[in-house]
Ligand binder design. Sequence first.
Ligand code: ADP
Length: 490
Amino acid sequence: MNKYILALDQGTTSSRAILFNKKGEIIAVSQQEFTQIYPQSGWVEHDPIELLNTQLSVVEKVIRKAGINHSDIDAVGITNQRETIVVWDKHTGNPIHHALVWQDTRTANFCNEIKRDLELSNYIKDNTGLIVDSYFSASKIKWLLDQYDGDKSDLLIGTIDTWLMWKMSDRKIHATDYSNASRTMLFNIKTLQWDDRLLTFFGVNKSMLPTVNPSSYYYGDINIQSNVLPVHSAIGDQQSALFGQGCFNKGEAKNTYGTGCFMLMNTGSEIKSSSNGLLTTIAWGVNNKVEYALEGSVFIAGAAVQWLRDELQILEDAKQSEEMARKSTKDSVYVVPAFVGLGAPHWDETARGLMIGLTRDTNKNDIVKATLNALAYQTKDIFDLMEKESGVQLKELSVDGGASLNNYLMEFQASILEKVVKRSQNHESTAKGAVFMAGLSSGFWDMDALKKISNDADYINPNLKEQKVKKLYHKWKKAVQLAKGWLAED
Ligand code: ADP
């Protein structure tokens, strides 16, 4: 039996390779950033060749760093930034364009047109679980195909997991998993097939699309410097973090505090649909079962801390926000970071950011604290909606992501939710989900072994009185109301 499982964690800003041992411990990590390409305002691209090369390079580095041989690796698991899409020529192996990244809004007008067709947008919601938005892959694929004037029957399409596997397997694997497919807006989450009506509407031929497999599955072998490694999982990053956090059961949820916040709740084999803007998505396919999740996202979370650093320049690094917030004695200042509008449950593109409750003695510590509080309040907005729409009362919230390292924020989060916040001591939940999935498929672990893998966590308890929480949250809601519709009459 080999000793390690290797995660390829292909994120939005960097490619990472992480080695885990049988105890689920991290042996070595290697990370490399790649170029963010912004050809126009609102357009975001990645060079697919750079994604591939950085990913290959970190794999080599992590193996060297750990001092192991390729043959010590039992299986590879891939987790990736979701929705980002590549179209390439199957003969030359070259992309026809840079990858269009999930954040890219070049197709927003087209998506607004679709939204006006109520029958079609309801069809999309009912069958893909998604709200029509440029964020998902379908309209991006149409844009890429529309600007290509060669023979379209030569083209293949894929999310980043698919692209990496195709290239690394010398063109043998053209596949993805249910979780990634469910973010394209072309996949029917009820029939578990590509949706014919949507393929026709977006001008996609089924032969261009990858085969859709379970997340935990033997996909085939890839070549790393002439060494053959078996790929045993592929899964989108947020779903992977849900599994990596140990939310194996229905009714368990996690929140990732990164650039934005992504809260996902495992809803088991049930497709729960939301009437207030939560998405329904496939969590994973594992052990011959497909399971679903409800998802709510906050657009601006850690990005608001970057705003304090880069635009207001009132702190030097994100970490400093903790100490500054603790110096503030006020809780009457509110920042609503609606910089790009507001997502669930408000769904208001015309909302814009505001700061309110200022007095003559308001200082920068108060503003930092109010910004961190906003992450917690926005999370509560989603959390309450999630409980309401799922009918599940959550006992605790598992957290991960860069900003979850902020102790002030996590304490305030626990207080405002009036729930325990559980922060895993292993911060690599995303990679962990992919290696768990891979280990299940290769026989390295079974479910019982995974449940026993140490998930040592810090438990952060609420420490504010109920009356106080009510008052604070009431004011947040009032501030949000003021931010809403700001651009409406322009
Ligand atoms: P992503 O995967 O979206 O790049 P990460 O999980 O790496 O995000 O988290 C980075 C984000 O978290 C940044 O937006 C940063 O401003 C924020 N962040 C990182 N550390 C802290 C901290 N100690 N306190 C508050 N915010 C933080």
